[in-house]
Write a protein that binds this ligand. Structure first.
Ligand code: MSP
Length: 644
């Protein structure tokens, strides 16, 4: 096989903060299909994945569980590796950021950037989103919240090291504008151009308020910002700088495959780090869309994550991989539903592909003693059509794979699958078999079908290798390795002994499966109408007795004698009054000033630690990642107005 050179592909390294759901597996399934495709078509492939194990969030989770961070990550990472094994992910290396090989090399990279003069000590003050491990400037916040996840951010202030990211703004703009293939799709590229044009600030790259991280080599009181640590994995796993053999062979990477929300880290921070260290930039970063549920994002706290392992146990890994790759368009968000999945599995796999194989093998058994017949001269025009589609499919698959259009690549294969099924209907081998005079024609038909299926078995190999093996076994091709070039020729089958096996994809009873899946997944909590657990019912009069008003917070300060209380001065139309709320753990006084609020205005006044509180401000309670979070209830009307 021609050696087409090297091909290095990576997935993001996953946070071991919870078990991975179907959304996480989407990226890895794509990367795996691409790695297998490139290997089959003659590339020397390196496929890297791993886990991103440092940071405050992991430390906090471990503390909550009462174990060391290392013990915690060891356990979750073992589960992630098991998942990839179940999913038959063909990675060549799995990097953990807690491994010595990584830690040492990240420190080397830090030193390179430091020696370049790109790292300096300063005072950090900014808004930090703990779940995302991200610092934001005020202007980047959306409604005062983290622009990525929408959760509250905290002000953080500390001595810290900074990376001169701003120095690289022009070089980055130049990269986005003049090397469009560096970042695709274009929508993401335009977003990044706009982001850089807004102005880049230097990046805080160290923390000293927790210690679960890689020590900063020039000051061990600090640990490295987790994204600096994480992004470096792509070269530390290749042995840069001390064991450079793999690095020299595979870097720069052909493609970093990442979810759309982490494109920014991969196309701004990571290239700037590499520029600083004077290392070559990635050839391409591709941002894929998200798998959503009908009710919105999958999230553990909503209890609506889809567990891939359960689906694999029920339908097999190949059916799940086929569905993920066939259903969704790269770069766009897609909605996951059980019904769409089951239909794909039934129509495309059980009906189209499964039937084609079982009908053909049965007919060869029945009409030719189980041996693939050789060609005769009883050729018809329809044969040519089947043959052309069959030998032309590989190039179309390749062209689509070059653009990461997995769904179109599979569609091209299914054009052939459907054409072959139609060929059976057109040629009607069961009629030809009735008459000895048409035996030569029957031989050709069976031969051509076997050839078409052989080609299909090659084409689907990168996406569903187990199914490919099953088909090849039934076709009597168990002895031959799969080679991509074999999909380009229609003249290979000769006398193989076929053997009917079990259906490669059993037909599913969609209604029944839907019911069972929903019971298994606890239903889609977003959609179901489950009555809320409420307090006891009240009479209308009781409700009517409450005077709700719109208020505006004019001032807010901490209660001098109680840590949990904030003292608000609230204006309601003509009246100003003091209201005290137990919300100091949720809001900083300054973020409350100017907010519109809903007030129970006729609540009997009472004293809280010596200060009078007249009324009550309403807040909504939300559970985020298992924690209670308070949110403002914001009325639109002018203050003073009644609410009824
Ligand atoms: N640790 C960082 C990545 C560091 S890479 C140097 C991280 N980890 S993550 O576990 O939160 O996410 C890993 C990947 O999973 C991201 O690319 C993210 O987009 C992807 N997905 C998480 N949920 C997803 C869906 N529901 N759908 C598709 N992909 C999603 O970010």
């Amino acid at each position: 096989m021609a050696n087409k050179g090297t091909y290095y592909i990576t997935t993001p390294i996953y946070y071991p903060s919870s078990n991975l759901h179907i959304g996480h597996t989407y990226c890895t399934v794509m990367a795996d299909a691409m790695a297998r495709f490139k290997r089959l078509s003659g590339y020397d492939v390196r496929f890297l994945t791993g886990t991103d194990e440092h940071g405050q969030k992991i430390q906090t989770i471990a503390e909550e569980k009462g174990v060391t961070p290392q013990a915690y990550v060891d356990e979750v990472v073992a589960g992630i590796k098991d998942l990839w094994k179940t999913m038959e992910i063909s990675y060549d290396d799995f990097i953990r950021t807690t491994e010595d090989r990584h830690i040492k090399r990240v420190q080397d990279l830090f030193m390179k950037m430091y020696e370049k003069g790109d790292i300096y000590k300063g005072e950090y003050e900014g808004m930090y989103c703990t779940p995302c491990e991200s610092f934001w400037t005020e202007s980047q916040l959306v409604d005062g919240k983290c622009p990525d996840c929408g959760r509250p951010v905290q002000k953080a202030q500390e001595e810290a090291y900074f990376f001169k990211l701003s120095k690289y703004a022009d070089a980055l703009l130049d990269l986005f504008e003049n090397t469009p293939e560096f970042l695709q799709p274009d929508t993401r590229r335009n977003e990044m151009i706009a982001f850089v044009k807004q102005g880049l600030e230097d990046l805080c790259i160290s923390r000293s308020t927790f210690d679960w991280g890689i020590p900063v080599p020039i000051n061990e009181k600090h640990v490295m910002y987790v994204w600096l640590d994480a992004l470096s994995n792509y070269i530390t796993a290749l042995g840069w700088p001390d064991e450079p053999e793999l690095y020299e062979k595979y870097w720069p990477v052909n493609v970093h495959l990442v979810g759309k929300e982490i494109v920014r880290f991969h196309t701004i921070i990571w290239p700037a780090m590499l520029m600083s260290a004077e290392l070559p930039l990635p050839k391409q970063v591709l941002g894929h869309g998200w798998l959503l549920l009908e009710g919105g994002k999958m999230s553990k706290s909503k209890g609506n994550v889809v567990d891939p392992v359960k689906l694999i146990e029920r339908y097999g890994i190949d059916a799940l991989k086929y569905f993920l790759l066939r259903e969704y368009t790269f770069g766009q968000d897609g909605i996951f539903t059980n019904e769409v999945m089951l239909k794909r599995m039934n129509y495309d796999l059980a009906n189209d592909l499964g039937n084609l194989v079982s009908r053909t093998v049965s007919m060869i058994e029945k009409y030719n003693g189980g041996f693939v017949p050789d060609l005769t001269d009883a050729v018809e025009e329809v044969d040519e059509d089947l043959k052309n589609i069959a030998v032309g499919a590989a190039a179309k698959v390749e062209a689509n794979m070059d653009e990461f259009k997995f769904n179109m690549a599979l569609e091209e294969i299914w054009v052939l699958v459907r054409r072959a099924n139609k060929y059976i209907d057109e040629t009607m081998p069961w009629v030809l078999a009735k008459d000895e005079a048409t035996k030569a024609r029957l031989d050709n038909v069976l031969h051509n079908l076997a050839e078409a299926i052989r080609i299909i078995s090659v084409l689907i190999y990168p996406f569903m290798h187990t199914t490919s093996d099953k088909i090849r076994k039934q076709l009597g091709l168990w002895y031959a390795d799969v080679a991509w070039e074999d999909a380009l020729t229609f003249e290979m089958m000769s006398g193989e002994q076929v053997k009917k096996g079990d259906a490669i994809f059993p037909r599913l009873d969609i209604e029944k499966e839907l019911e069972e899946l929903e019971a298994m997944q606890g239903g889609n909590k977003e959609e179901e109408n489950i009555p809320l657990e409420l307090k006891d019912e009240i009479e209308y009069d009781t409700f009517d007795a409450i005077d709700f008003r719109v208020g505006t917070i004019l001032q807010a300060e901490k209660h001098p004698k109680a840590d949990k209380l904030l003292v608000f001065q609230v204006k309601m139309g003509t009246e100003k009054r003091q209201i005290i709320s137990g919300v100091a753990e949720h809001f900083k006084p300054e973020e409350c000033v100017g907010r519109k609020v809903l007030v129970v205005a006729n609540l009997k006044p009472r004293k809280l630690r010596g200060l009078e509180s007249k009324g009550m401000i309403m807040f909504a309670e939300e559970t985020v990642d298992g924690k209670e979070v308070l949110k403002f209830v914001t009325p639109e009307a002018e203050d003073g107005n009644p609410v009824a």
